[in-house]
Design a binder for this molecule. Structure first.
Ligand code: PDD
Length: 284
């Protein structure tokens, strides 16, 4: 079955789907995106993803390509046409195509691209055994709260993690505090059992999975503090984990080769992980 994409008003097989060579997404990374989980054919936490999309668009002064009702129809139609039961739907909006000039074009129509594909759930061993992360300097810009498609530092960081045999790279700001992973949010559990993650300032993306975990933490009555933490504190933590739409929640058991806690997934992370899966299945 050939995969179908929605590109600027049409549903097309991938080999025919294309954007203009002067699209500003291609030339300037002048665009934003969202990745939404599909579970049993339904979109998980769609409203939060669309709210974040609108925030990103507003921050960059890019017009919405269509209203939310129409956008939801397109998202579902792309999922349906690709026969995705469990997977992801990806959407990207750029400022549109125009003669190359840095300042905004006078008239450009935003480009909307939507794709969807099935994914295998992450290898269950990752959840059972945990994953390793490395730490790297955060070389990104100062508006990481915008879900921009300008992801080169993230790409380089993830590749560095891969080459080091790690799942993710946690980025560290100039004050020695961890900001987030290259495509995930970073969390620790302190020795007194408090869950800690950085507040959603402009140095991190406010993850939708992060917000879902907040709800679970509140509901279950765990202690949560939003504050930055250093690499040393993370290494000395009782537990650590990361979250994202595609990784769900994965326990971090090694940071730069040092074991976290006993070097095995901790109980609180495992409870949150199970509760997150229940949430994703229930909201779907
Ligand atoms: N990444 N931080 C960064 C830098 C991210 O790119 C992502 C998501 C997250 C987690 O956000 P969420 O929980 O909403 O997925 C945090 C997506 C999955 C990606 O780029 O593929």
């Amino acid at each position: 079955m050939s995969r179908i994409a929605y590109v600027a008003g049409q549903y097309l097989p991938h080999r025919q789907a294309a954007v203009h060579i002067e699209d500003r997404g291609f030339q300037f990374a002048d665009g934003v995106y969202e990745v939404i989980s599909v579970v049993d054919g339904h979109l998980v936490d769609e409203a939060l993803h669309l709210a974040r999309l609108h925030r990103s668009l507003a921050e960059l002064r890019i017009a919405a390509p269509m209203g939310d009702t129409a956008l939801k129809v397109v998202l579902r139609e792309v999922v349906r046409r690709n026969d995705v039961d469990t997977g992801i739907v990806y959407l990207q909006v750029t400022r549109g195509a125009a003669s190359r000039e840095h300042a905004f074009p006078k008239s450009a129509k935003p480009t909307l691209v939507v794709t969807s594909r099935r994914t295998k759930p992450p290898d269950p061993r990752l959840g059972e055994e945990g994953i390793a992360v490395i730490t790297i300097p955060d070389i990104r810009w100062q508006r990481c709260d915008i879900k921009s498609v300008a992801l080169i530092p993230n790409v380089l960081g993830k590749q560095q993690a891969r080459e080091a045999g790690a799942y993710e790279a946690w980025q560290v700001d100039r004050d020695g505090q961890i900001t987030e992973g290259t495509s995930t949010n970073a969390w620790i559990v302190t020795v007194d059992g408090t869950v800690v993650t950085r507040a959603a300032d402009t140095a991190i993306l406010n993850g939708v999975t992060r917000l879902a975990i907040f709800d679970i933490i509140r509901r279950e009555g765990y202690r949560l503090v939003e504050r930055p933490f250093t690499v040393e504190e993370a290494k000395a933590a009782r537990e650590a984990f990361l979250t994202s739409t595609t990784a769900d929640l994965l326990p971090v058991v090694r940071i730069d080769g040092s074991p976290v806690g006993e070097g095995r997934p901790g109980p609180l992370g495992q409870k949150l992980r199970a509760a997150y899966f229940a949430h994703a299945a229930a909201v779907a």
